[in-house]
Design a protein around this ligand. Sequence first.
Ligand code: CU
Length: 127
Amino acid sequence: MQKWFKQNHQDMAHTKANVIIVSLELLLISACTSPQPNTEITNKTKTIDTVLIQNMVFTPDSISVSSGSTVVFINKDMVDHTVTDQADTSHSSGMIHSDSAYTLKADKSFNYYCMIHPVMKGKLVVH
Ligand SMILES: [Cu+2]
């Protein structure tokens, strides 16, 4: 009798553990599918500089950062844009789609523009 009880108790414990694993998986799935806010781009050690691309304008249109820091360009427009070096068009972000971001490591100063909308211009100053 005592042996039966022990066996039964173990089975119950096993079932409970399975339920916990399933709920963990559901949590993970919902965490992956929920939209991630892309405005809070700071980490614990330093602030990452951001340039917003909105209403066909780079904001700020000139940004000054220290060498090696990270600059993130966030496209909030409905259309694609690029961040392209005016002096060397091979130095380019490529298409930054709507609601996407382009991250670059600031290693040199350059004037940039958007290849699709050449009136859009900005400047990155690395010090
Ligand atoms: Cu553009």
